[in-house]
Design a binder for this molecule. Structure first.
Ligand code: ADP
Ligand code: ADP
Length: 228
């Protein structure tokens, strides 16, 4: 599903963010990516949806060869990968419904089909009754639920999340994690960077630890392993 072969990333200012990463993630896995701030977790995640390109090495995601992918094909990749961010990244002038509909691949879909799919996604995250609210009218946890609905509306094989609970209180974070758990149970691969120690230590999934741009630990039922 996801494979990196000896991937290096040096940013234009000379910062070496990743120094030779090799990893394989199979279909249906749930993977936490942990490590100190500045370790390279976001860079690792950004490479997967071609937000940034590797300096060296090979990356394959859901059959796409990331470093060879033409810019005009990036939207196609993004429709096959759902992405969830710490700061939600909803469009502020669009309602919850419109934010999810905007992400939906509409080619060949009728108005009725769009309405059903967007409605189903919002029902599924528990926001069916708030679909006509703007992001500013929703709590942080609700905004993240909209972002989760947006990430899954195209039924992607992979969902990638960069600290999705970083701005949420513990109870709200657990609600969001339960959504990811349910998405994973349907067979979707999940890769999530997180600093949430309690969640990682309770859920016992695969844990990949990155430090100074290298994988220092990869455990199948791992723990968080840091004190922060
Ligand atoms: P993490 O997500 O683990 O905090 P990042 O991948 O964000 O780590 O960052 C890894 C290293 O790369 C850090 O030293 C960071 O300052 C640097 N970095 C991240 N993004 C950029 C960028 N766009 N330009 C230059 N350096 C960057
Ligand atoms: P939380 O305490 O979980 O962060 P909030 O206090 O922000 O939640 O919101 C509580 C409820 O009120 C939410 O269901 C939200 O949708 C609703 N709400 C918050 N702000 C507005 C608003 N400006 N207009 C309408 N509903 C709102």
């Amino acid at each position: 599903m996801i494979e990196m072969q000896d991937v290096w990333k040096v940013y234009p200012n000379g910062t070496a963010a990743l120094n030779g990463i090799s990893v394989k993630i199979d279909k249906g896995e749930f993977v936490y990516v942990v490590g100190p701030s500045g370790a390279g977790k976001s860079t690792f995640i950004k490479l997967m949806y071609r937000e940034t390109r590797p300096t060296k090495g090979h990356i394959f995601v859901n059959g796409f060869n990331i470093e060879r992918l033409k810019d005009r094909k990036v939207p196609l990749l993004r429709r096959n990968i759902g992405v969830v961010f710490q700061d939600f990244k909803l469009l502020p002038k669009l309602t919850a419904y419109e934010n999810v509909a905007f992400a939906l691949e509409v080619i060949g879909a009728s108005h009725r089909q769009v309405k059903r799919r967007v409605g189903d996604a919002l029902d599924w995250v528990g926001l069916g009754d708030k679909m006509h609210m703007l992001p500013s009218q929703l709590s942080g946890g609700e905004q993240q639920r909209v972002a989760v609905a947006r990430s899954l509306v195209n039924n992607p094989a992979v969902i990638i999340a960069d600290e999705p609970t970083g701005n949420l209180d513990p109870d709200t974070s657990w609600g969001i994690m339960k959504l990811f758990q349910r998405i994973n149970e349907r067979g979707t691969t999940i890769v999530m960077a997180t600093h949430n120690r309690d969640i990682v230590n309770t859920m016992r999934k695969r844990v990949i630890a990155i430090e100074a741009g290298q994988i220092v630990r990869d455990e199948s039922k791992g723990s968080y392993g840091y004190e922060d």
